[in-house]
Design a protein around this ligand. Structure first.
Ligand code: GDL
Length: 702
């Protein structure tokens, strides 16, 4: 039997005697699922041993935007049907409401509206509730600021009141506004918001948490211990690993992964908020169910246990195979009237040797005569096809193994394209790898064809746009390799100066992304990033801390162990330390994929700054070089050209202010900067009377 089976939560979970919450949160943006789909979900949950469904569709009017409005008779009927379907399948239905967009916490009418709404849902048979405060403005309105000392207090007060009004329900969940570590300032342990929530929220209320980030790559046991200590209870994970509502080109069909099963004992539960498309969530939910059932005595792995990364109780790979094996069955079931009545190719062959197969084709159905086209019959989908599909649409931070191989191979073929033409010792290797790459592409095309012909159309329709997209990407790559290898004329898509719209995919959003240094150029397959893309922009007040941090960091690098206080000050120190503001238009920062990695600041008139540290500079020097610059880049910026571009821009701003010349100061001991300034191509040493012994001045006329 390949289903995960029933009975989640045998493990000693940290749930205070309550059962481990496991299941699905419908909490994404976009089109909510239908009653039929949700009912199907409950069936699956029951079959796979999951026990909870959290109703929280972001774009449902009455869940969020119009949270105050009561349900109409027609809507009530639907909700009642939904709640009873959940009950029928032994799934706990939790009704969530998100009032945070516009609630005034201090107005008693608002609390009444909230309670009235939840009372109505209680009348529909619902017994479990949730208040969500995710994705809202953190600034309180003036009235609330008067009434509450903080946002956390305001939220906690209303949540406790609602909870008590509903008679302390057995299950009541609260989603904080800071629902992941990345949102906590300055950190989880020091977040006053989380501390207030932890201290003041009534102990019967459970708290949702997405992990280190909104979409967490990994969730460690330590991180959960940390947040539990602040929240004073184990959290319920709101799992976004399969959520795809933030990117219309992505879908996640990889296994639940990178959450050690040791977590089960440390959590109150896990609810997954998966892909917006209902049917492709088979893998997400099935593998979560397998994970939830992991127990120390149910070791799944049969590999050597010397790899720390491996979980003895759960193998994502195996869980995926289990899920795909079950999913295949579903793909093969006809879900619509008028579905295929011809047997798939392989079956047809087997049967045809015996009696003609009984089908419900009518009398007048077409039978090709001799010499005519044979009827087209689809090959049945295979488990291998589904594995490939899952690997092409794997997880947010990881492509599946085949996808990685395809990218690596294409990268290699592209970088060694010279070997394809010239007869060198690499040519044979190039050709053989090109052929293998072609084979991988062909497998994708075959998978696409078989999937397109699968009897279950509902699953196909949810997948179709994604598989079309990947197929055309693969077609393009394949055509490119064939062209480089001389096996095909240059493909029209690759050369055409007036391509069809699919030649430039992604629309405006794609264009924005390709232009930006920190998003568009990042990919999942190259680790670490091979090339950095830098951007230079104007300094803004939010950069002040980063600039100071770089300044301090470089101070200690440059000076070895000599303490700052013992070094003679530079005129520009006050500028880098944020004590003197740069002149207007005279501050730039350099950014790479990781953030701010350098800065260039200037004072068009350096005199006051010199006076500030009592540096005597002669008037004649100030006449030639009235302005001052300072530049700093982190050592990770190995290439001097971004710094060169940055200083070029800064000098032209200084020039536009009317200045005749610029100088900078460098400490003798600061080898890095001594080396850098001349490389920038502008600065030459200048004589400046009265300089402390180990300071050098360099200047340039404008
Ligand atoms: C979020 C939203 C969720 C959305 C998800 C992925 C939470 C608590 N809230 O931040 O509605 O689907 O990101 O985009 O995760």
């Amino acid at each position: 039997m390949s289903t995960p089976g029933s009975g989640v939560g045998h493990r000693q979970a940290n749930t205070g005697g309550k059962r481990f919450i496991s299941g699905v949160v419908e909490g994404f943006y976009g089109r909510p699922w239908t009653l039929e789909q949700r009912t199907e979900l409950f069936k699956r949950e029951q079959k796979w041993g999951l026990n909870t469904y959290l109703y929280a569709p972001k774009n449902d009017y009455k869940h969020r935007m119009y949270w105050r409005d009561l349900y109409s008779a027609e809507e009530a009927e639907q909700l009642i049907a939904l709640i009873s379907a959940a009950k029928q399948h032994d799934v706990e239905f939790i009704y969530a409401i998100s009032p945070g967009l516009d609630i005034t916490f201090s107005n008693p009418k608002e609390a009444t509206a909230l309670m009235r709404k939840l009372d109505q849902v209680r009348q529909f048979g619902c017994r479990s509730f949730s208040l969500l405060f995710d994705d809202i403005e953190t600034e309180m309105c003036a009235a609330d600021k008067k009434a509450f000392s903080s946002f956390a207090y305001a939220q906690v007060a209303i949540t406790n009141a609602v909870y008590q009004h509903l008679g302390d329900p057995e299950t009541f969940l609260f989603c904080p506004t800071d629902y992941c570590a990345a949102f906590c300032t300055p950190s989880v342990l020091q977040s006053s918001y989380l501390h207030t929530v932890g201290e003041k929220l009534l102990p019967g209320i459970d708290i949702l948490w997405t992990g280190p980030k909104v979409v967490s790559h990994k969730i460690s046991v330590e991180s959960i211990e940390e947040v539990s200590s602040v929240l004073r209870r184990p959290p319920v994970i709101w799992e976004n690993i399969h959520a795809n509502d933030y990117d219309p080109q992505r879908l996640f069909l990889g296994p639940f992964k990178d959450r050690p099963t040791e977590l089960i004992a440390k959590l109150r539960g896990v609810l997954t908020n998966p892909n917006c498309e209902f049917y492709p969530n088979f893998v997400a939910i099935h593998t979560l169910a397998t994970w939830c059932k992991a127990t120390a005595d149910g070791r799944q792995r049969d590999v050597e246990m010397d790899d720390e990364e491996q979980d003895p109780c759960y193998s994502p790979q195996k869980a995926l195979t289990l899920a795909l094996t079950d999913w295949l069955q579903e793909f093969m079931s006809t879900d619509q009237p008028g579905g295929p009545c011809r047997p798939p190719a392989r079956l047809k062959k087997e049967v045809s040797e015996e009696e003609p197969m009984q089908t419900d084709m009518g009398e007048g159905s077409y039978i090709p005569g001799p010499g005519e086209n044979p009827l087209y019959t689809a090959e049945p989908l295979t488990l291998e096809d589904l594995k490939l599909l899952s690997e092409l649409f794997y997880l947010p931070y990881e492509h599946g193994p085949t996808a990685r191989t395809m990218l690596q191979e294409l990268d290699w073929l592209k970088n060694h394209s010279w070997a394809a033409a010239a007869e060198t010792d690499k040519t044979a290797e190039w050709r053989s790898r090109a052929q293998q790459f072609d084979g991988l592409c062909e497998a994708v095309v075959q998978m696409f064809n078989r999937l397109s012909n699968a009897p279950n159309r509902s699953i196909l329709y949810d997948l179709y746009n994604y598989i079309c997209d990947i197929k055309s990407g693969v077609d393009l790559a394949r055509a490119y390799v064939k062209t480089v290898g001389g096996q095909a004329r240059p493909a029209a898509q690759l050369l055409n100066t007036d391509p069809e719209p699919w030649g430039f995919r992604g629309g405006l959003s794609g264009e924005f992304q390709r232009m930006l240094p920190c998003h568009g150029n990042r990919d999942l397959f190259r680790h670490p990033l091979m090339t950095s893309v830098y951007s230079i922009r104007m300094f803004c007040p939010e950069d002040k801390m980063e600039v100071q941090r770089i300044f301090r960091e470089m101070q200690s690098v440059g000076e070895g162990k000599v303490p700052m206080m013992m070094q003679p000050p530079l005129i520009c120190d006050g500028l880098s330390a944020g004590e003197i503001p740069p002149s207007p238009q005279c501050a730039l920062v350099l950014e790479d994929e990781m953030g701010v990695c350098g800065y260039a600041l200037a004072l068009t008139d350096a005199k006051p700054a010199a006076a500030r540290i009592q540096r005597a500079v002669s008037d004649s020097v100030f006449q030639d070089f009235p302005s001052l610059v300072t530049i700093q880049v982190l050592p990770r910026v190995a290439d001097p050209s971004p710094a060169k571009r940055m200083i070029g821009r800064l000098l032209s701003s200084i020039r536009s202010s009317g200045s005749r010349g610029v100088f900078c100061e460098v400490r003798h001991s600061d080898r890095r900067m001594l080396d850098l300034y001349p490389k920038l191509g502008f600065f030459k040493p200048i004589t400046m009377a009265g300089l402390p012994q180990d300071i050098i001045a360099m200047g340039t006329s404008l």
